[in-house]
Design a protein around this ligand. Structure first.
Ligand code: I6G
Length: 678
């Protein structure tokens, strides 16, 4: 079938439009259109290409996952070797590096060298070759001289353009950078893999490298990968600027993603300042890093400095303290959580890792424990990244003591001796004791008093455990029957602390429906779901009486969550506790949903959410705002009251600043909701 000129033109203009939106989304982090509109454009192009297959070009945005699985990777010889970097593990080593630079360049001690500085991502190095602006080859670093041809896989990474945008790029341009799996994608991938009983990735670096080395590109396409470019290799048929930082700016301009944290700094003090700044914000970055890299910015100086063995003399990686260390497993114990989940925990010989001393590490669940086959006496690698719970990464099997035995799941609860059971298809084993189990009671009570729930200040974990052990606290309602006299007689509780705690208990009685629902500790009902329920129903009795079907109309509530909510309110003893709590004076403002939209604390206020928030997804933040009667829109205008900005906020933040719109971070939003509703 011949294709008309008009159809051809239509396909080309759709491709250009999609490429433009890819550039806005990936390279600039500033999308112009909603995802649904982008999907519509893509579907339109796919339909057109399906109808007229001769229209399909290899650089069409539809052609990312076109290739069939391969049987092996071809070898790619790097035209210019892909080098490695020297390391500095201390300030002293960095100062030595700086001295060596000054010596070689014959500069004075006080000369201020300019460095291009950026975080060192924990991923896999890749080379991308563009010819006439088209991506023609992707390769792994390999041994630096020879890598593997992973063209079919890099093509599936959406942030890697199949065709450069703009003008002025060299005819042949090799871009080098790091492919990585962002933290959120890594966690979600591992959670899913764990739930499906499949192998998890040890760290984001292995995740990135493993994903790139898939013979079937569809598997790579399903992995949440991203890439930041950090240098160029082959450059032919065109000129690039004379400073490294400007070259990276050009790549950004041509649609290649580069790290938004990169800066140009001056002298060794500038480098140290950058290291300290990135180090302080490391946990908030959306990707894992293991240090920062400094490069002499002037290419002329780079040429003068040259290379030593396989590393450039003009660059160095300044590493953060190790986040993985070796230690020994002294015991494996099982902990019982709020929902009865029986979790294996490794008790470790204390070890300093990632800036703190670690003596416990989670083993997640029994399948994970068996997969890693962690045994008492084993030498293990322990990892602690940021404020994440430390975990056992793997066992050094060659150091296993003779006669060690596999750890088994206990058949009865270590606390209440009830049966431990595992539901069909669940990875988690649970104690069947329910609130008969002191561990579950204590955890449920700790949750009830926690800051985001009823927020009873001064009600610490130890105190709860003590009161549960003596059977004084059986459920949350018992908290409101405690007296100052009995509290002051407890261990480590003076008269004054008892008085303060009584006051906190009293203050906590005035709460919000969201907090109350969250405090109940219904399985699968986190803060955002509680906020969604509160804003949808407005009154507790409506939530209690809602059917599973009705519940699923609430944002974020699917069949599983709806069933959990129904099951909770279907239990007579839960309803009794709620009645008692209300009798003791726990109360919150109630309103019909319509009234709430008019009278909620954020009623009449318009919000825009941008960037990555530290602990909430954007949907969760949206549900929270709506639960208080606020409205959430997509773009900043003079009608916006607040911009809630997280990491990588991009152009919405600049626009808000220009329009003098108030900017909040996640804490600010929570403060606004709870301050005004407490
Ligand atoms: O492994 C690397 C990570 C980051 C690098 C690198 C980098 O720049 C930010 N730069 C070079 C030149 C090399 N490896 C060889």
């Amino acid at each position: 079938m011949t294709v008309s000129a008009a159809t051809r033109k239509k396909a080309e203009s759709l491709r250009d439009l999609i490429r433009h939106h890819n550039y806005r989304y990936h390279a600039l982090d500033d999308p112009e259109i909603p995802d649904a509109e982008y999907d519509r454009l893509m579907r339109e192009l796919q339909a057109l290409e399906a109808e007229h297959p001769t229209l399909i070009a290899p650089d069409s945005p539809t052609q990312r996952v076109g290739d069939a699985p391969m049987s092996a990777f071809a070898t790619v010889r790097h035209e210019l070797p892909m080098l490695s970097l020297g390391n500095a593990f201390s300030e002293e080593e960095l100062r030595d590096f700086h001295h060596r630079l000054l010596d070689r360049l014959e500069l004075e001690e006080d000369a201020e060298l300019r460095f291009a500085a950026e975080p060192k991502l924990d991923g896999a190095a890749v080379s991308l070759l563009y010819e006439d602006g088209l991506l023609v080859q992707g390769a792994t670093r390999g041994d630096g001289n020879n890598g593997e041809d992973i063209t079919h896989n890099v093509r599936t990474i959406e942030s890697i353009p199949l065709r450069l945008v703009g003008k002025g790029f060299p005819r042949r341009l090799e871009v080098r950078g790091e492919v990585f799996m962002p933290k959120a994608g890594f966690d979600a991938y591992n959670d899913n893999a764990r739930a499906a009983g499949e192998k998890t990735f040890v760290n984001p670096r292995n995740a990135a490298a493993g994903s790139l080395r898939q013979l079937d590109p569809r598997l790579t396409a399903a992995r949440p990968l991203d890439m930041y470019a950090y240098s160029v290799g082959v450059v032919e048929g065109g000129d690039l600027p004379t400073r490294h930082s400007e070259i990276i700016d050009c790549l950004q301009k041509w649609g290649i993603k580069t790290c938004p944290e990169r800066r140009v700094v001056s002298g060794v003090d500038g480098c140290l300042g950058f290291y300290a700044d990135i180090g302080a914000r490391r946990d908030d970055l959306s990707y894992e890093i293991d240090g920062v890299v400094y490069k002499v910015d002037s290419l002329e100086m780079q040429r003068e400095l040259g290379f030593v063995s396989r590393a450039p003399r003009w660059a160095i990686a300044h590493k953060f303290p190790a986040q993985e260390e070796l230690t020994e497993v002294e015991a494996v114990e099982f902990q019982v959580g709020r929902t009865g989940a029986v979790t294996p925990v490794a008790r470790l010989k204390p070890v300093f890792v990632g800036g703190v001393t670690v003596s416990n590490a989670t083993l997640h669940n029994i399948d994970e424990l068996h997969r890693k086959d962690v045994r008492v006496g084993d030498t293990v690698i322990v990892r602690r990244a940021g404020d994440v719970i430390p975990e056992v990464v793997s066992v050094i099997e060659s150091r296993r003591p003779k006669g060690s035995r596999r750890v088994q799941l206990p058949t009865e609860c270590p606390v209440c001796k009830s049966r431990v059971a595992r539901e069909e298809g669940e990875t988690v084993a649970r104690c069947t004791g329910g609130l008969f189990c002191a561990a579950q009671r204590a955890e449920a009570l700790k949750h009830f008093v926690s800051r985001r729930a009823l927020d009873i200040e001064g009600f610490g974990a130890k105190l709860i455990e003590q009161l549960v052990a003596s059977d004084r606290l059986k459920n949350p309602a018992d908290i409101f029957q405690l007296s100052k006299d009995e509290l002051s007689e407890l261990a480590r509780m003076g008269e004054k602390s008892a008085e303060n705690l009584m006051r906190s208990i009293d203050i906590s009685k005035s709460t919000t429906l969201t907090r109350f629902l969250y405090a109940l500790g219904i399985r699968e009902v986190g803060e955002a779901t509680a906020a969604g329920l509160a804003s949808h129903y407005g009154r507790l009795k409506n939530v209690v009486s809602a059917s599973e079907e009705e519940l699923q109309k609430v944002a974020d509530v699917g069949p599983i969550v709806a069933a959990r909510i129904r099951a909770f309110f279907g239990e007579e003893h839960n309803l009794e506790v709620i009645t008692r709590l209300q009798e003791y004076g726990v109360e919150w403002p109630e309103a019909d949903p319509v009234e709430l939209a008019e009278n909620g604390v954020l009623a009449g206020k318009t919000f825009v959410i941008t960037g990555t928030l530290p602990s909430m997804t954007r949907d969760e933040a949206k549900a929270l705002i709506q639960s208080a009667g606020g409205k959430v829109t997509g773009s900043v205008s003079s009608k916006t009251d607040y911009l809630v900005a997280g990491e990588k906020a991009g152009s919405k933040l600049s626009k808000a600043e220009k329009l003098e719109v108030a900017v909040l971070d996640e804490g600010g939003l929570q403060g606004l909701v709870s301050e005004s509703s407490s």
